[in-house]
Design a protein around this ligand. Structure first.
Ligand code: 13P
Length: 283
């Protein structure tokens, strides 16, 4: 099945009360683990790419892996650019074959966020590319975006409604109390805010900062309208630990062995999350 955008898969997930996992890949091995897990579990999935990863490998390399890996798959798969502040990077991704992009202008004043998101919609829509946008400030580090605790703030529900009324985004990421990276202490999730924004905008919401949330937190957020769940940090740990643990235990200089162990550990993490988000068997 060829790569598709996120629109239909997220709308279906929202209607049906489950979420589609968006997994930040790091290389070919991790992208393969994501695709194989989704295919095996008959689940839609989002291959998510951070700007740094795309720049590290090059647009064409990342896209060629995605095309090759999804050539013979039979589940819906999107390739989505995560948190991007740079319209030029978004433009190149759209031209290179990405099926979905996120404009993150959340650090800008509201009007500027609206304007920049509008410009991305103009680039994306004629190409059938889905668009995610953010409002509020999610604490933590994601790619090149660093938000300190004192600078983080939840999305304002009135602004969220105005934003989504003005802009036909396919997925909306309001800051609702989650954090990127490893949680220090118990996160305070603003469930009321998720419920209000989901109901009043009608747009599928993205739950950022998925790593480290308790199962019941996922279940509650998904039931309230989060149709996309982002997982990045957990895969970074699986990537490094899968490789290193194998090498430390076996101490043999055959890189294909620890690479296989790395793939296995990444796939295990993706499988666990797909089951948790309820998208298994939805295709
Ligand atoms: P984690 O790193 O906490 O999993 O968050 C991922 C994310 O939200 C990417 O945008």
């Amino acid at each position: 099945m060829s790569l598709q955008n996120m629109k239909e898969m997220l709308n279906r997930a929202k209607e049906d009360g489950y979420a589609v996992g968006a997994f930040n890949i790091l290389d070919y091995n991790s992208m393969k683990a994501v695709v194989d897990a989704a295919e095996e579990l008959r689940s839609p999935v989002i291959i998510q790419t951070s700007v740094k990863t795309v720049v590290f490998w090059g647009y064409d390399a990342v896209m060629s892996w995605a095309r090759q890996l999804t050539e013979n798959t039979s589940v819906p798969i999107a390739i989505h650019l995560d948190h991007c502040k740079d319209l030029e990077v978004i433009r190149i991704c759209i031209e290179s074959g990405w099926t979905s992009v996120m404009i993150d202008a959340s650090s800008k004043p509201f009007e500027e966020n609206v304007e920049l998101t509008g410009r991305v919609l103009e680039m994306a829509k004629p190409n059938n590319i889905s668009v995610e946008a953010e409002l509020g400030a999610i604490v933590g580090v994601e790619d090149d975006i660093h938000v300190k605790e004192q600078d983080s703030h939840l999305a304002d529900p009135e602004q969220a409604v105005e934003f989504c009324k003005k802009l036909p985004v396919d997925c909306f990421a309001p800051a609702i109390g989650t954090a990127h990276g490893v949680y220090k202490g118990e996160p305070k999730i603003a469930y009321d805010l998720i419920e209000e924004i989901a109901k009043r905008t009608g747009v599928p919401l993205a739950l950022h900062g998925g790593t480290g949330l308790a199962d019941e937190v996922f279940h509650k957020c998904i039931a309230l309208g989060c149709a996309k769940v982002n997982i990045s940090t957990q895969l970074k740990y699986a990537h490094i630990n899968g490789f290193v643990d194998y090498f430390v235990a076996n101490n043999i200089y055959n890189p294909l062995k620890p690479l296989q162990a790395q793939y296995d550990s990444l796939k295990t993490a993706v499988v666990q999350n797909i089951k948790l988000f309820g998208s298994q068997g939805k295709v």
